[in-house]
Design a protein around this ligand. Structure first.
Ligand code: RB5
Length: 152
């Protein structure tokens, strides 16, 4: 089971709550880093908070190592969260709208952060995406050569 840090903005709060419930029920160690209310707030604050936890757990890990923990970020579109997260060295954030992307980004990109758009992706699909993301391993091989070039 995975350690998961999850954050949102006001536009992702409802899906965040559903993710916390589902993933906790499945046995994952889920840490909700906020926000707690639907009061308007700024997604970069929560993206940086979640990514900071993922990086702290990663320590001196290299891109090919299986992540020690994962982040999940939810905003209205998922785009602002993914833009912010992918500015942070060591974070490989994937905005996913279907299970194919969720599986492939773990197998091929070793993504350590999943981004979701509450206003874009239905809740049932989003919950399945998150479970698949957490349960899929990196394949390494040629994919390691490629992810090593992202920040190279
Ligand atoms: C909030 O209105 C919205 O802009 C935000 O949740 C997100 O979609 C930004 O990328």
């Amino acid at each position: 089971m995975a350690t998961v840090y999850i954050g949102s903005d006001h536009a992702g709060l409802e899906l965040k709550a559903a993710l916390v419930k589902r993933l906790s029920e499945k046995g994952h160690d889920v840490h909700d880093l906020g926000p707690a209310t639907t009061e308007s707030c700024d997604y970069p604050v929560y993206a940086k908070g979640v990514c900071g936890k993922v990086l702290a757990d990663a320590g001196n890990a290299t891109p090919g190592d299986e992540p020690a923990s994962f982040g999940i970020l939810v905003c209205g579109t998922g785009i602002g969260m993914s833009m912010t997260a992918n500015h942070i060295p060591g974070i490989r954030a994937a905005l996913c709208g279907c299970e194919f992307q969720a599986r492939a980004t773990r197998q091929h990109n070793n993504a350590n952060v999943l981004c979701l758009g509450e206003r874009v992706t239905g809740q049932g699909v989003a919950l399945d995406i998150a479970e698949l993301f957490l349960n899929t391993a990196f394949e390494g091989g040629r994919h390691l050569r490629r992810i090593n070039q992202i920040e190279g």
